[in-house]
Design a protein around this ligand. Structure first.
Ligand code: FAD
Length: 833
């Protein structure tokens, strides 16, 4: 009869013991476990603290009694193996209750001692109230503090799996939480733009995020609370601090026994899980494994690998040939309403391993839009630029992320390419997926990129664009453009681009974008076939906007979850005026019309609202139901931007319900505090002198900043302010061409009305403007456009001088005197410059 001893009785240890018994009925099997429990669900610990798993006993997957009764396993808890005598094949075991030590012989030994939480070497890490989470007693200690009601606020140090799960579960318990992370992002296994979606979700849930900031010290305040001091000098007071900065292998025992260890202290094993001593096996968090993608050793502390390795060790001990195939690192985490998952390597790991890669980002619905409850899912693929072999994948979304990552993990493990993803036959019926599954779509886009059908630009490249050689083209609708845009972009909706293509310089490379990349792809194909150099922004505005917004919100002191509608104040109409009230106060409002936008993806719901409201009477209320999570933000921003009133906004079971009262006469005109139409300003720009043009735009920007609608009417010489520097070629008569040569071409070519001195005075004035950091005329024009100032070019002047619309800068409307007069009617001041 053989004696098998296992050190550690949780994930790897308990699995190995059960497998050994199934394969060898005659053996003596002994588990030595330091803690009071065996075979418990460490992965469930945060959720019991959050009371999502209300029953503590549910975490005890098995007990010593059950293991003894069902498997005849001798389980010895609260005993610690303190020494391995490899020569004699004997262990020294200390009974932690009695303090006595005894010797225990083995034929085969399995080490599954796991990993312990890292404790940073900083002052105060050992203060009472500072916790780590690994075991049931750790969980009990944290939960008891929260249950006592004495924990109002918490600082979680570390934005990895355990840190984020703790943050969410503490918020579930009504605790105000700050997460501190030394890296610029949470979840280091994700690429930045994917993690940025989690940042947004955390902020929306009321979590304060300190990113790129390390923990320097924890100290006790005079009032007895804890104060966390960060490297930047920022501080936060808390009633509890959770340290979740990572784990270190429990390999001291193996080290003392002279077993081979890797560079970071992990136990080295072969593919049958044998250590450098063939009678000693090791599994789980304490070992290093092979990463099949890099061919290099790595350490990936996850429960799935620990369980599979345990099975292989037991198989090998009992004579079954089975080999571990390595760990690719498939993992998943829930962060409030989002789920993030990864498999394979991320960009940083691929760069570190010196592996060339390309990427693609796609946003798809988790199931068909026409079936209720569809939500977006973002997939990032990382693949070999040569043969398209899948190297890594990341998925962030609301639903079915597990299904998507599992398909991708299986494909990656099988050595598939992105071309193979195009052909995967995945289950589909309307409640579950789409005939073109998100995985297929990710495969289509990556394959298109490899075949050259599309050329992708990544969001971070936008920062470094050279305006001389490159331009940004936004092909989204007007409503989407109004909700947000890349500042340097020009806007030509996809439905107009075929007619307005000549507005684009052929000398530039154009980076075209839409919301997610689909419309932009169609425009990219069209433009390329017309001879333009063009690339498509990978992931579109959706990815760019989330990756470039402010990520760190630690300075915010009172963090109210966005998910609580009552906390968000909006303007609620009362009789003649408008007052600020919590939106929940208007919850009893009834609707005149209903719009079901469920299943529509951004910008679908907003476009539908826009259209519906156009056909409604002033004062009528529209009830909108939507499932796109982005609609929460969009509808609030859209109402604010258009002057309509958001009466209520709430969310339950993934469905967003908004009540919108039509209060805007025109989309761009806002209401004043009194509820009446705003007092507009009109400015006739007659002159093309630099000083006068500057003055007119300074006034226009000022009025716009005060929420007043502004219309600028450019006539005669003033029209030159709006001319492009390098216009597309247009047909002209000789006289028209001569006018074109003689008159200044645009804002940068204007001269001073006085003291021009052959250009010297204008040059000096521009230097003064720059040195005093005053906005230049082109900047003022751009600001005016961004603020919604209407720039109207006089039709009559254009006809007279032979100037065509293609020669004017973007965003200019062409209008006659009627346009100008109708605007003056709405305003209270008109200037002639
Ligand atoms: P453990 O399961 O940690 O077991 C090791 C045991 O060995 C410990 O109980 C320890 O007391 C005992 N031991 C150590 N030294 C000795 C000794 N000398 N003598 C006697 N006993 C000893 N993984 C996932 O894949 N998904 C998740 O969602 C997930 N969530 C997690 C949440 C939390 C809070 C934690 C702590 C971990 C989570 N993990 C998750 C990680 C997962 O639990 C581990 O990868 C897995 O438990 C590792 O198994 P193991 O057998 O190597 O170590």
């Amino acid at each position: 009869m053989s004696t098998y001893v296992i050190v550690g009785g949780v994930a790897g240890g308990a699995t190995a013991a059960a497998r050994l018994r199934r394969r060898d009925e005659s053996a003596e099997i002994i588990i030595i476990e330091r803690g009071p429990y065996v075979s418990f669900a460490n992965c469930g610990l945060p959720y019991h603290i959050g009371e999502v798993i209300p029953e503590r006993d549910a975490l005890l997957v098995s007990t010593p009694e059950k293991l003894r009764g069902e498997f005849a396993i001798d389980v010895r808890t609260q005993q610690e193996v303190v020494h391995i005598d490899r020569q004699a094949r004997k262990l020294s075991v200390r009974d932690l209750r009695s303090g006595e030590t005894y010797r225990l012989g083995y034929d085969k030994l399995i080490l599954s001692p796991g990993a312990k939480p890292s404790i940073p070497p900083i002052p105060g890490a050992d203060l009472e109230g500072v916790h780590t989470l690994r075991s049931i007693p750790d969980m009990d200690a944290i939960k008891a503090r929260v249950d006592s009601g004495e924990v109002q606020s918490a600082v979680v140090v570390g934005g990895g799996f355990i840190g984020l799960e703790m943050a969410e579960n503490l918020v579930e318990r009504g605790v105000s939480v700050a997460v501190v992370e030394m890296l610029p992002q949470v979840m280091a296994v994700l690429d930045f733009e994917m993690a940025a979606m989690l940042h947004r979700e955390l902020r929306d849930a009321g979590v304060r995020l300190a990113l790129g900031d390390g923990l320097k010290e924890i100290r006790r305040t005079e009032k007895g609370r804890l104060e966390v001091v960060l490297s930047s000098g920022r501080t936060a007071e808390a009633d509890i601090v959770i340290l979740a900065i990572g784990v270190r292998p429990e390999s001291d025992l193996a080290k003392a026994a002279d077993l081979a260890l890797g560079p970071r202290g992990h136990i080295v094993v072969n593919e049958t899980m044998q250590t450098s001593d063939p009678d000693i096996y090791a599994v789980g968090d304490a070992i290093q494994v092979m990463n099949p993608i890099t061919g290099q050793p790595t350490a990936i502390p996850l429960a799935g690998p620990a369980n599979r390795q345990a099975r292989i060790a037991a198989d090998h001990i009992t004579g079954l040939a089975n080999a571990y195939q390595g760990t690719i690192g498939t993992a998943i985490v829930k962060v409030f309403g989002l789920t993030a998952a990864t498999t394979g390597l991320n960009s940083q790991a691929l760069k570190g391993a010196g592996i060339a890669f390309a990427t693609s980002i796609t946003h798809s619905s988790d199931h068909v839009g026409y079936y209720p409850g569809a939500t977006p899912q973002t997939i990032k693929l990382l693949y070999a630029p040569g043969d398209g072999r899948l190297l890594g994948a990341q998925v962030v979304g609301h639903n079915a992320v597990d299904r998507t990552i599992d398909a991708l993990a299986t494909a990656l493990k099988a050595g598939m390419t992105v071309y193979d993803l195009e052909h995967l036959e995945l289950a589909y019926a309307p409640p579950y997926g789409a005939a073109k599954d998100p995985v297929n779509i990710a495969g289509f886009v990556a394959s298109n990129a490899l075949r050259g059908d599309t050329r992708l630009a990544e969001w971070h490249e936008i920062r470094d664009l050279d305006p001389e050689r490159q331009g940004l083209l936004d092909v989204r609708s007007d409503a989407e453009w109004m909700l947000g845009r890349i500042p340097e972009a020009i806007h030509i909706p996809n439905t107009e681009l075929r007619e307005r293509m000549s507005e684009l310089s052929r000398d530039k490379e154009w980076i075209v974008y839409c919301a997610v990349g689909r419309r932009a792809y169609v425009m990219e194909r069209m433009l390329r076939q017309k001879g333009y150099q063009v690339r498509n922004l990978s992931g579109g505005w959706t990815t760019y906007s989330v990756a470039t917004e402010a990520q760190d919100n630690f300075e915010r002191c009172a963090c109210e979850p966005v998910k609580e509608p009552a906390a968000t104040p909006v303007l609620v109409e009362t009789g003649s005026g408008a007052i600020e009230k919590p939106i929940a106060a208007a919850a009893d409002q009834t609707a005149d019309l209903q719009l079901n936008a469920c299943g529509l993806q951004c910008p679908g719901p907003i476009m539908a609202v826009h259209k519906k409201l156009q056909g409604m009477e002033q004062g009528q209320v529209l009830e909108v139901l939507a499932s796109d999570p982005g609609f929460r933000r969009d509808v609030a921003a859209w109402c604010e931007g258009t002057g309509n009133t958001l009466l209520t906004l709430d969310q339950s079971n993934g469905a967003i319900r908004a009540l919108v009262r039509k209060t805007a006469t025109q989309p761009q005109i806002k209401l004043t505090d009194e509820g009446g139409p705003a007092k507009g300003k009109t400015i006739v720009v007659f002159s093309s002198d630099l000083d006068r043009a500057l003055a007119s735009f300074i006034i226009a920007n000022g009025a716009a900043a005060m929420g007043q609608p502004v219309t600028m009417f450019f006539t005669f010489w003033g029209l030159n302010v709006l001319r492009r520097k390098d216009p597309a070629r247009v047909d002209k008569s000789l006289v028209e061409r001569m006018f074109g040569w003689m008159l200044p071409k645009g804002a940068e070519a204007l001269k001073l009305s006085k003291l021009n001195m052959g250009g010297m005075g204008t040059w000096m004035m521009k230097r003064v403007i720059k040195s005093k950091r005053i906005d230049s005329l082109p900047t003022l024009i751009a600001s005016a456009r961004e603020s919604g100032v209407r720039l109207v070019a006089c039709q009559m002047t254009m006809d007279m001088m032979g100037i065509q619309v293609e020669e004017l800068i973007d965003g200019v409307e062409v209008g006659g005197v009627a346009t100008y007069i109708s605007e003056t009617d709405k305003g209270n001041a008109s200037l002639f410059i």
